[in-house]
Structures are given as C-alpha cells and as structure tokens.
Design a protein around this ligand. Structure first.
Ligand code: FES
Length: 348
C-alpha cells in the first residue's frame, strides 16, 4: 500500500480534509459527513449486492420529473453560478450533481475503457448511456448526473461546483480560463465546467463529467473522470437513478486498490462499499415495471432505450424489487418543497 502513489495515510488525509474546511462544506450542503466516505469504515465490504433503483424526490417527499428540473434550471439566475442540485447515491453521504444542459445532446466521447478517455469529439448521434435526452416546449435538454466527489482528494459541493456557460469563477480565471480575450480563443466551454476550488480540477459536463486533464489552460490535478450516475424515467417522466456507468471511474473514496481506475464488475462492488444504504420507499412494492433512458424526445427514436427492472439486476426481497429514494436538494434558488439545507431525511 505504501508504495502506491495515490495512497494517503489516514492521519494525513484527515488533516488535509479538515484543513480544507470541508466540514464547512458539509454544513452548507446539508450535513454531509466528509470523513464517512473519505474513509469508509468497512471498505471492501459492499453494502448491497446491486445498485439501488432510487426515485429522486424533492425535500417534501414528492418525486420529481424532468419538467421540474428543467423549469428550475431555466428560472434560476446564472450570472455567477448555476444552482447546485445534489442528491445522494448510491449510498448516503455520497453527493452527485443533477445537471440540465439546454439545447444539446450529451453523447459518448470515450473510445473504449481500455484506451482511457482521449479527447475525441463526440461523433455518435446516440446519447450517452444513462442520460435523459428529452424535449420540453420545443427545446431539447440533456439531463445527467455525475459524482459530486472530486476525483483528486474528495472535495464536495460547494467547493466542487458547476458553473454554466460564461460564468467563469474567479479561481478559474487565475489558472488562465478566459471567455473571449482579444486575439485569444475562448477557452471556457460553452456549457461550462464543474470546477473544484480546492486545487483546480476541471470536469466537462458536456462530456459526461470526463476529466479535462491537461486540456485546460492548467493541468487538472485529478486523473479520474467523475463517475456518472445512470438516470432513467418512467412513463410519468419521474426521474430515477439506477446505477453507475460501468465504464467510468470508481468513486474515488471507494478505491480499494487506489493504483488506478478499474472497470467492469469491480466498479459495482467498489462503489457499493462503505457507508450506509439510502432509505427505501414507504411503499416498497410500488416500482416502475419499465423505464426509459437515452433519447426520449420521440418514442420511435432508435436511441430510445427501454429498461425493465427485471433486467437491471436490482436489489429485491420477498416483496419484490426494492425501490429506494433519495432527496434532491439545492443550496440556492427556489426548489420544490421546503429546502431546509439538510439531506438528513435521506436516512429516515
Ligand atoms: Fe478537487 Fe483537489 S480535491 S482539485
């Protein structure tokens, strides 16, 4: 272990995190316990056999729809920062961003897991696996979710924050990002960046959270992509999380073997390691028999992907497939329900 360049001794890790003020971040975003997932007590012991099928709810307990998040994003100020929408998944205290991109389809930029994430332009018309590409009032939207745990040293929102197009944060300007300096090409992506204030890691939501390592004006210290949470909807356009992209990085703090990225089945077991399961539904026997993901702008679209709950390898008990639930919170703006600044109801 000591020979691994990514290994950080526990005392040093804790000291760093406390020094970075992450407990303040935890308070701001709702009582998220940093050390809990930075240092999982039971690392190596998966909490569940499979990823949970989780309904996304607002703080009042009402399931949210694609329309809800599109309206929220459209109505919110974007002069400095998009409101942060965060939900825990697949375990408690593991925040993820819920991001809405207007007028663009997020496609799959990767070539193959084994070749890494070379900066290639999206060439396929197919939406990326696990995003929701939908149409509302004549405008297309991509709705996606990526981990809110920075893959460098684990900073979380609001230190890791999403900044939409042209709202370049001061810290990013310091490392050389500029919108349209005379004679200099604009470097800030049209759809903004997920930017980590801790040490400057940069992730492009248009590429599904893919790391911009050495592609921005300054190197990104993180060398992993943000894990992508798989999203789907039911026939009522309610949003569900149903897994983590198996070709994406393991949640950093879950790396049992921190020598590098792992892919395939190991992603599932590592991402379900440590911590506590999110809460189950009050009515666990009510779950969608079918879901859809990908391009749902037209039911006849070849990119529309039906998902059956029986095909997803979801957790079940004697009553059937277990439906979990997780609360989507925001730290600014008016969100549905009464945002109390706490995700504590995720454990109720
Ligand atoms: Fe995010 Fe270091 S923890 S850049």
């Amino acid at each position: 272990m000591a020979s691994d360049k990514n290994y950080i001794p526990e005392p040093e890790k804790r000291a760093f995190l406390k020094g970075a003020g992450l407990s303040i971040a935890a308070l701001m975003i709702g009582g998220l316990s940093m050390e809990r997932y930075v240092v999982p007590k039971d690392r190596g012991v998966p909490v569940m056999d499979n990823f949970p099928l989780a309904a996304l709810e607002d703080p009042s307990g009402t399931r949210i729809t694609t329309t809800d998040v599109i309206n929220y994003a459209a109505a919110s100020p974007s002069s400095t920062s998009s409101p942060i929408l965060v939900f825990n998944y697949p375990l408690q205290d593991e925040p993820n961003f819920l991001i809405v991109l207007k007028g663009v389809k997020v496609t799959t930029p990767k070539t193959s897991p084994s070749s890494g994430y070379a900066p290639v332009s999206p060439s396929s018309n197919a939406p990326m696996d696990g995003i929701i590409y939908t149409n509302y009032n004549g405008i297309n939207y991509s709705i996606l979710a990526v981990s809110g745990i920075c893959q460098h040293l684990g900073c979380v929102p609001p230190f890791l924050d999403y900044h939409p197009g042209k709202s370049i944060p001061f810290e990013s300007k310091l490392i050389g990002y500029q919108a349209n300096a005379p004679g200099t090409p604009a470097q800030w992506p049209d759809y903004g960046l997920i930017y980590c204030k801790c040490h400057g890691s940069q992730y492009n939501p248009l590429w599904g959270g893919r790391n911009l390592y050495n592609n921005g004006p300054a190197s990104s210290p993180a060398n992993h992509s943000l894990p992508q949470i798989m999203l789907a909807t039911d026939s009522s356009n309610r949003i569900y999380a149903y897994g983590i992209n198996s070709t994406n990085a393991v949640i950093r703090t879950h790396l049992q073997f921190p020598g590098g990225e792992t892919y395939g089945s190991q992603v599932k077991s590592e991402d379900l390691t440590g911590g506590t399961a999110i809460r189950t539904s009050r009515t666990p026997t009510v779950y969608p028999s079918t879901m859809q993901t990908g391009d749902i702008t037209s039911i006849s679209s070849p990119n529309y992907t039906p998902l059956t709950t029986s095909s997803l390898g979801l957790n079940s008990n004697s009553s059937g497939i277990i439906l979990y639930r997780t609360t989507v919170v925001s730290n600014e703006g008016t969100w549905k329900g009464s945002f109390s600044g706490s995700t504590s109801n995720n454990s109720s």
